[in-house]
Design a protein around this ligand. Structure first.
Ligand code: GTQ
Length: 358
């Protein structure tokens, strides 16, 4: 009997054994049956494997970071970082499917040597003063709450020389698009010949040129990243304080501002959007969600993030992650300031970003 004849005779309801045998036969040929996975490949709504999580800084992460300083120097480690891994993605160095987060420690006198990579990085200063980062020859002193960018392929090194008699460990949150670049297999990196870059421009130079709603008249900007390397906390905090005095908070997000590239109005870097928001004491936010999973770093105050069905109490220096499309509700028991970042500009460029304010 020919196989065609046997197919014609059979009823449409083939046994699962027959199907399984067929799948076994096609697997070595690098073929797979779409009908077994179609529902998961094209879900009715996002089905992220990521879960919400919170990392407590003072009680948990800080002591462990300090222990790491006894195990390895910043120089040997190149970057001494504890990676914040999503509990559902162990070993992937991912806090969401597209983003990486870590807490980097630099002790007084240490240097994290100069290198560059295609991955874009943000630093959000969590704890301590007296460290600096140098980006493309411009040094920036780090203070808690400052948001600093390291654009794609920009040389950068970090150090901690102390400031105003202060000599203490400095910790910042690193946010990078490492999983995104891994997905595209588009990553390159190289080490600098010099351990520490030569400082080529005075500190504050990029902020003087671009940080005051003005741009040098003959400036011709050819890159998609912001010409400002540092967005100091004092300035951003002042804006939020003024809004708190002047207007009612948004019912979902409180007083929330996004950082911009002053030349385009878009995000400071093409792959990562960043935000700072103030939740006034007693704020009880409404539920909202977005397809961009977000990482939050608490600067000031205390409150609760209700993510999906779980409640996470947060305080200063804690980090938490809200997975894509997870319902989020934010409460504050004191005036609270939250920094956050997500892959929003990429989703917007693709035309796939969705948000819901419930
Ligand atoms: O500071 O350059 O957390 O290259 C991971 C990779 C930090 C950095 C990280 C990096 C860096």
């Amino acid at each position: 009997m020919s196989s065609t004849a046997s197919l014609q005779k059979k009823s449409p309801a083939h046994s699962s054994d027959e199907r399984a045998a067929y799948y076994e036969r096609i697997r070595p040929l690098n073929l797979a049956p779409l009908w077994e996975s179609l529902h998961a490949l094209v879900p009715r709504e996002p089905q992220t494997p990521c879960v919400p999580a919170l990392w407590r800084y003072d009680e948990v992460v800080k002591p462990l970071l300090m222990q790491s300083a006894d195990l390895i120097t910043a120089e040997e480690a190149v970057r001494r970082v504890l990676v914040l891994e999503n509990p559902a993605l162990p070993g992937r160095a991912s806090i969401t499917q597209s983003l990486y987060a870590g807490l980097q420690l630099i002790m007084p006198g240490e240097v994290a040597p100069s290198h560059r990579h295609v991955q874009s990085a943000l630093r959000f200063i969590v704890d301590g003063r007296g460290a600096y980062t140098t980006v493309e020859g411009e040094r920036t002193t780090m203070s808690p709450g400052d948001f600093i960018i390291t654009p794609s392929w920009a040389w950068h090194d970090h150090g901690n020389e102390g400031i105003e008699g202060v000599s203490e460990p400095v910790v910042w949150l690193d946010g990078l698009d490492i999983p995104m670049l891994r997905f595209f297999d588009a990553g390159f990196a190289e080490n600098d010949e010099k351990r520490v870059q030569t400082v080529a421009r005075p500190e504050g130079n990029s902020f003087a040129r671009f940080g005051h709603n003005m741009v040098p008249v003959r400036h011709d900007h050819g890159t998609p990243t912001s010409p400002i390397f540092s967005y100091p906390y004092a300035r951003s905090r002042e804006a939020l304080a003024a809004l708190q005095r002047q207007e009612a908070p948004d019912a979902w997000t409180g007083h929330k501002l996004r950082y911009t590239n002053p030349l385009t109005g878009g995000a400071p870097m093409p792959t990562i959007a960043t935000f700072l928001q103030l939740l006034p004491k007693g704020f009880a936010g409404k539920v909202h969600r977005g397809t961009d999973g977000s990482v939050y770093s608490v600067v000031e105050g205390r409150g609760t993030a209700h993510i999906g069905g779980e409640a996470f109490e947060f305080g200063p220096r804690d980090t938490f992650v809200v997975p894509s499309w997870a319902p989020l509700r934010l409460d504050a028991s004191e005036d609270a300031v939250l920094f956050s970042f997500s892959d929003r500009p990429v989703q917007q460029a693709m035309g796939v970003l969705r948000e819901a304010f419930l």
